[in-house]
Design a protein around this ligand. Structure first.
Ligand SMILES: [Zn+2]
Length: 147
């Protein structure tokens, strides 16, 4: 699936080969697929409910910018705003240390790049493997762990 591969899978692949390369990419490069997904979500919500509440807007804006939070986890403290360092310090968003678990071989843990709170539970229930298996049923392989 070329569109998905180019927009989502390719970013994940190259950033595992060289995690610091993540900080060289533009906002649009990192977030375009998020905005596409969020826009589809907002349209779906509107079609079902005939409105889009502020909670959907809020979650969508956070979701569309997930790769920026991810990018901050790859930056050194002097490369990001002070408020970002503070949010990481108090554990609201992922610290580099938290995200390092995701980049530790075999790179099968801690996929959530937003917050360190969810990963222990998501890893325990095999959530991300389930997502990978779901996409594999449509011939979309996000990893070589699934045949
Ligand atoms: Zn990363």
């Amino acid at each position: 699936m070329p569109l998905v591969g180019k927009a989502i899978i390719e970013i994940n692949t190259w950033h595992h080969e060289n995690p610091r390369r993540m900080i060289t990419r533009s906002y649009w490069y990192l977030c375009k697929s998020g905005w596409v997904g969020v826009s589809a979500m907002w349209i779906g919500v509107y079609l079902v409910t005939e409105t889009v509440s502020w909670q959907w807007w809020f979650v969508g804006i956070l979701g569309a910018n997930a790769n920026i939070v991810h990018q901050w986890a790859h930056k050194f403290p002097n490369e990001k705003p002070a408020f970002v360092n503070w949010l990481q310090k108090i554990g609201v968003i992922q610290r580099p240390h938290d995200h390092a678990q995701h980049h530790t071989k075999p790179e099968t843990r801690s996929y959530c790049t937003y917050t360190p709170w969810l990963n222990p539970m998501l890893d325990r229930i095999g959530f991300w493997f389930g997502i990978e298996r779901f996409f594999a049923t449509f011939g979309i392989y996000t990893t070589d762990r699934i045949d």
